[in-house]
Design a protein around this ligand. Structure first.
Ligand SMILES: O=C(O)CCC(=O)C(=O)O
Ligand SMILES: [Fe+2]
Length: 326
């Protein structure tokens, strides 16, 4: 299996002449591994370059600055994540990556912010990088637009009206993450990864990666293939909400990272996670449950699903919050 390249030109906006063709390509990719490269997405290259420069700036701030803004001090898990804080694959060692998490600038009086729901509000910004909040918000808004368009094309690919998922996107849960992977240690064992094998939890992930490579995707046959960087392309993958929404027709395949190709340099990547509104109901859409069969997944809300996943991978107890494991 190779990861297909889908060109969005001609389908960037509703009614675009290539929309049906792109939707068909999406359907094929979604039924294979749930991974594809996206080119012709319309995002300006300088926006991406600026974001990588910011990632490097943030993730090389002094350790005490990053410690003071550790995500564990934030009720919604925004801020810095230490090396080894997350274990994406429970059978592997803790991940060899550090990252910075932020989300959309929801106003403080937004009902979801007031309620303290996961991903809404409460960003933690380092005073040393005053441009960070506005720059991240601009990047998030661009990525949110692209995600919403991809959801429309996914709707088309399922034979649904293009706007089918629009209503679920009211106050979306979005997470922007900037990741730094140190060079993979030469003496690392087979259970050591930059990011252990995992599936993503939300709806759509749009990943910008630097030129080093290191991301691998599991094929339906169980092999691992490299998602090597292609200039001008994002790597897009579907998260676990999509199989739930499509009764398992579309896939969210495992992937993992080892920074073994960079010649000793750190690798930077910038995943953007799009998830629908906290209260969006995730249940099989029309046409995906064969007549006479029961849906394969119990309906849930997007917020419930996401909260569960965060707590599991950061070793937190769902009732008492953060444990003393790190
Ligand atoms: O860094 C990468 O290439 C992938 C990161 C990833 O899979 C994630 O953050 O979910
Ligand atoms: Fe991932």
């Amino acid at each position: 299996m190779s990861i297909p390249v889908i060109d969005l030109r001609g389908a960037q906006v509703p009614g675009g002449a290539r929309s049906a063709e792109v939707a068909a390509q999406l359907r094929a990719a979604a039924m294979a591994s749930g991974f594809f490269y996206l080119r012709g997405h319309g995002l300006p290259q300088p926006l991406l370059e600026r974001q990588f420069a910011l990632a490097e700036r943030l993730l090389t701030l002094p350790a005490d600055t990053r410690q003071a803004l550790d995500m564990r001090h934030s009720p919604t898990l925004r801020g810095f994540e230490n090396l080894g804080a997350q274990t994406l694959d429970a059978s592997a060692r803790p991940d060899l990556k550090e990252s910075f998490y932020c989300g959309m600038a929801y106003p403080a009086d937004h009902p979801y912010v007031r309620a303290g729901y996961q991903t809404y509000g409460h960003n933690q910004w380092p005073a040393e990088v005053p441009e960070a909040p506005a720059q991240c918000e601009a990047y998030i808004q661009a990525m949110l637009g692209l995600s919403r368009r991809l959801m429309q094309l996914l709707a088309l690919s399922l034979g649904l009206p293009e706007n089918w998922f629009d209503a679920s996107s009211g106050s979306p849960m979005v997470t922007l993450r900037m990741i730094r992977y140190p060079a993979h240690p030469a003496d690392a064992d087979a259970r050591t990864f930059g990011a252990g094998a995992h599936t993503d939890w939300g709806a759509i992930t749009i990943l910008a990666q630097d030129g080093h490579g290191g991301l691998e995707v599991q094929t339906p046959e169980g092999d691992w293939v490299a998602a090597a960087p292609i200039e001008g392309c994002f790597v897009v993958n579907l998260g676990d909400m999509i199989p739930r929404w499509t009764n398992g027709l579309y896939h969210s395949n495992p992937h993992r990272v080892r920074n073994t190709h960079s010649g000793g340099a750190p690798r930077y990547s910038i995943p953007f996670f799009y998830e629908p509104d906290y209260f969006a109901r995730i249940e099989a859409v029309p046409g995906t449950v064969p007549a006479g069969e029961q849906p394969r997944f119990a309906p849930c809300t997007a917020g419930e699903h996401l909260q569960q996943m965060y707590r599991k991978s950061y070793g937190m107890d769902a009732k008492t919050g953060i444990t003393a494991t790190s």
